[in-house]
Design a protein. Structure first.
Length: 260
């Protein structure tokens, strides 16, 4: 845990990251602007309950809420156990169930930095032909998709995908304040010129992911699933991305491949 900065300074940073004034935060938290000011300047140390209340209003990630608590002299509120921990067994099985239940369509579980936690067997359509160096742990899904050594060369609409994913990654880095995500954004942005915003085609219902694989053209759209109201940092930071066929040909190919 960090102990290098006062809790008021950390709170002020989160407030500014959320682009809120002290008045905005005071209204949302139902406290006085004076109280917010005193907390940020260090004239008042908030109670544990008030600190968590302010962190909730600021949508501070759980691991950073622990940092706030420690900076104020309190014990952390949230555990961070490995996914293989027996206490997380039911959650681990839930993730496995979601992934396997989505077959024959691809699905992957990633952590807060887009590192792969688990995949189902159908993810082979994305992993085929990827440089083995990118498959060394931790395997990063963003890097797999946008690095020229990944499946980027097989993306038929790479510019469109980049124009969606890079701003998303930039927003995530800004929202979380994670320098690793910021570095990842700069790394991936350097692989191509500025891209045009995604333009919807006449048949698109969401951003298509058009992928060449095994001599055929596959098309997907994706959804993101997270744990609701997680109290463990590990679970709070896991997301499952499920890829759905965007056309009948992709559906038929994947179902046929699963039974062959």
């Amino acid at each position: 845990m960090h102990r290098d900065r006062p809790v008021g300074e950390l709170l002020r940073e989160w407030r500014r990251r959320r682009r809120l004034s002290q008045l905005d935060l005071a209204i949302q938290a139902d406290v006085s602007t004076r109280h917010v000011s005193f907390v940020e300047t260090g004239r008042t140390i908030p109670s544990r309950a008030m600190l968590l209340h302010l962190a909730e209003r600021l949508d501070v990630p759980l691991r950073e809420r622990n940092r706030l608590l420690v900076a104020a002299g309190y014990a952390p509120a949230y555990d961070r156990r490995p996914l293989e921990d027996p206490d997380l067994a039911q959650a681990y099985e839930a993730i496995r169930s979601v992934l396997s239940g989505h077959e024959p369509f691809p699905a992957v579980a990633v952590d807060r930095r887009w590192n792969v936690v688990l995949t189902n067997s159908a993810m082979e359509v994305f992993l085929d032909g990827v440089d083995p160096a990118l498959l060394e742990p931790p395997v990063n899904m963003m890097r797999l998709g946008l690095d020229p050594r990944g499946f980027a060369p097989r993306l038929r609409n790479l510019g469109q995908v980049r124009a969606y994913l890079l701003p998303r990654l930039a927003r995530q880095a800004a929202r979380t304040g994670d320098p690793v995500l910021g570095s990842l954004y700069e790394e991936l942005r350097a692989y191509g010129a500025e891209d045009e915003p995604p333009a919807a085609g006449p048949a698109d219902i969401a951003l298509p992911i058009q992928l060449g694989y095994d001599g055929v053209e596959l098309s997907f759209f994706s959804t993101i699933t997270t744990f609701g109201a997680a109290f463990d940092i590990t679970l709070d930071e896991i997301a499952v991305e499920s890829f759905f066929p965007a056309d009948a040909a992709t559906t038929a190919y994947l179902r046929r491949s699963a039974t062959s």
